[in-house]
Write a protein that binds this ligand. Structure first.
Ligand code: NAD
Ligand code: MG
Length: 416
């Protein structure tokens, strides 16, 4: 079988390498991306790296990858980084703030943009990458959850490429014909089976859920991830966000997506076809696999991932999700079915509630209550523009924050 050696449609830089901007370089996905890239120095060149506040970590990454640009959220941190880099003789240009993020997402020498900022903060630069017609490696599911239709329209209008990094969506993509333009009806897809590990609280007695700590919630049985997505996995909001993400990526509806609890996280998702075939993608739970896949697509490159030992896995289990244990999953599915700015409201309320839980302000079980009450209080409207979506996001954050304050007084009562 012949394998194409042209990575996507990108015209490489003068040195024959593909330029890459990594948004959220210091996070779990960012670090895994740099690990894969370092294995292929002749193929990829890091053009820009960004982080929120982590000066030291970004500095170390700049030393290792010598990007043209580095971006931090605040100018004081950016100045600190610049001083450190100059001392070391590196002339990486350091930028600050959202303008800097958008600028490095648009650079002509950056053919690919890894969108790995967590939460709504990633929307503007990811959208900038879409408008600049980049290959977007999409980890930042919240961006798509917030702005689904607008984001997909921008991808299409600007001839951008969108490759999913989320392991389930990457698996689904791999189980479909190898093209960007997929119509599920035309290719005979009957159902998408979206797998979920069920997180660390899949089997704990229901009455103990209100007492779980952020540390327990962040100790995922199979995956090492940032704290926000770890809590999302524990509430199964992560799977809810992924149902919404799949609806946009594969132009479908929740009714075509079945969530399957699969505790081993070896099958990363499946696609059922009209002829009865079910295609699955299997692998060790290691994010370097989808990252390497999306970087090299339609080629395949080494990701540094151990071979799957199917004999030591031995058993693959499947069950239906328990919607009473995981109300966040139900809320997310209801939000995408309702449409408009509902998903943006859900996402914003979730971000506020998860942060409050991580800060020991509310109980684990109050995350779902805050989201449900925010969805009831903030009116959804048609998501006609990014401004409308950001207004809904702001209104939901305000409402959720008030609920956090109300709940946190009872929380303090609970612990003392
Ligand atoms: P993380 O918390 O480890 O890293 C987040 C990155 O974003 C960091 O570099 C941080 O500095 C940056 N960041 C955070 N807030 C920012 C802000 N306001 N402005 C600019 N930069 C900011 O998160 P992660 O686990 O790497 O996840 C990143 C994204 O990928 C999330 O959207 C998550 O849902 C998605 N994702 C992660 C995994 C995983 O295995 N970690 C799997 C699938 C999808
Ligand atoms: Mg996932």
């Amino acid at each position: 079988m012949s394998v194409t050696t042209t990575p996507g449609r990108a015209t490489p830089n003068d040195d024959g390498r593909i330029g890459l901007t990594v948004l959220g370089a210091t996070g779990t996905i960012g670090v895994n991306t740099l690990d894969v890239v370092a294995r292929h120095p002749g193929r990829y060149k890091i053009v820009a790296l960004t982080a929120n506040h982590q000066v030291e970590r970004l500095y170390q990454q700049c030393l290792a990858h010598q990007p043209e640009f580095a971006v931090l959220a605040e100018s004081a941190a950016a100045e600190k980084l610049e001083q450190k880099l100059r001392k070391h003789g590196l002339n990486t240009e350091v930028l600050a703030g959202i303008g800097g993020l958008e600028q490095v997402a648009r650079l002509p020498q950056a053919h690919y943009v890894m969108a790995a900022i967590v939460g709504a903060a990633g929307l503007a630069p990811t959208l900038a990458a879409a408008r600049a017609g980049k290959r977007i490696l999409l980890a930042n599911k919240e961006a798509l959850v917030m702005s689904g239709q607008i984001f997909m329209d921008e991808v299409k209008a600007n001839n951008a490429e969108l490759l999913p990094i989320d392991s389930e969506h990457n698996a689904i993509f791999q189980c479909m014909p190898n093209t960007q333009n997929i119509n599920l009806d035309v290719i005979g897809v009957k159902r998408i089976l979206l797998t979920a590990s069920g997180g660390p609280f899949r089997d704990v007695p229901l009455e103990t859920l209100s007492r779980v700590t952020p540390e327990q919630a962040c100790a995922h049985p199979n995956w090492v991830m940032g704290r926000k997505i770890s809590v999302d996995s524990a509430t199964m909001m992560n799977k809810g966000l992924e149902v919404i993400e799949a609806c946009w990526l594969f132009a479908t509806r929740p009714a075509f997506i079945e969530v399957v609890v699969h505790p081993q996280s070896i099958i990363h998702s499946m696609v059922q076809y009209a002829d009865g075939s079910v295609l699955a993608q299997l692998g060790n739970p290691d994010m370097r696999t989808p990252i390497a896949h999306a970087l090299a697509w339609p080629d395949r490159i080494d990701a540094g991932v151990d071979n799957l030992d199917i004999f030591s896995v031995a058993h693959l289990d499947f069950s239906r999700p328990d919607y009473s244990r995981f109300p966040c999953l139900r809320l997310a599915i209801e939000a995408i079915e309702q449409g408009g700015t509902c998903s943006a409201i859900l996402n914003a309320a979730n971000e506020v509630a998860v942060q409050a839980f991580l800060d020991h302000q509310i109980l684990f079980t109050q995350i779902a209550s805050i989201i449900e009450q925010t969805l009831a209080a903030v009116a959804s409207t048609p998501a006609t523009s990014i401004e409308v979506i950001m207004d809904a996001d702001n209104a939901a954050r305000l409402c959720a924050q008030q609920l956090v304050e109300r709940f946190s007084s009872t929380f303090r009562g609970h612990v003392h």
